[in-house]
Design a protein. Sequence first.
Length: 273
Amino acid sequence: MWAGYKAKATRSTVFSKVVKREEINDEVIVLTLKVPNKMARDLNEPGSFVFIRGYLSPSFFDTPMSVMWADEVEGIIKIAVQVTGPKTKLIANAKEGQEVYIRGPYWNGMFGHRYIKGTHNSKALVVLRGIAQAPGVIVILKLIQNKNKVIVLLDKGKVKANFIKDYLEKLDIAFVEIDLLTEEGQRILKEFIKDKEITVVYSGGSDEQHLNILEYLDTYNSEAYLAVSNNNKICCGEGICGSCEIEIEGQKMRTCKVQVDIRKALERKMLRG
């Protein structure tokens, strides 16, 4: 019985003040935003994201952004904005002290929640490339909280910066900076995946990266679990509009709301685009 036949409360849209604006480079801006404490607490989960737009922008400018950091005591979150078009440019142009609209919380920004949350006292490999470094921070924090040893492979990707290095150094985590698109990067990735002590791998990056890692797992470490960033198009976040819908084995799934079989989703996407 879904929610006791009662309508679920809609997610709130709130004004959020830009507390801090960090310009990493021409490609990436990190915004620290003031939010209600409960929202910050709810967003302190792997795969969390919000919709954000400039305070003068219409609602159809809502843009999904992964949460990079959440502090429920201070009531703040951090997001990393990759400037790619008019919507993200308006968000990135927000100045300190200005306000933006935020709608949330949402949580289906990754597939494989159960593997991240359910892995304890083990060893985990986290592979992050480009702007997907941002949601990787909360994934890493959850793995550490569960007393796992975490190793991170970090690739600048198109954003040309490893902008979470400071977080990793503060957490005293072993990380290696690589280029996954080179032979050397692939060799390093393969060697880490061969480590049988690794029981879970998180891939933050493109679907091609996810598939690359899945193929290595099948070959060298088939017992390890895989969790990945959700790269499907997300428009409403509520499972209504259908822009995120995919079909797996005849069943239609709206991926902004539903966890899917990672292998089947990747194989379907690679075959059909």
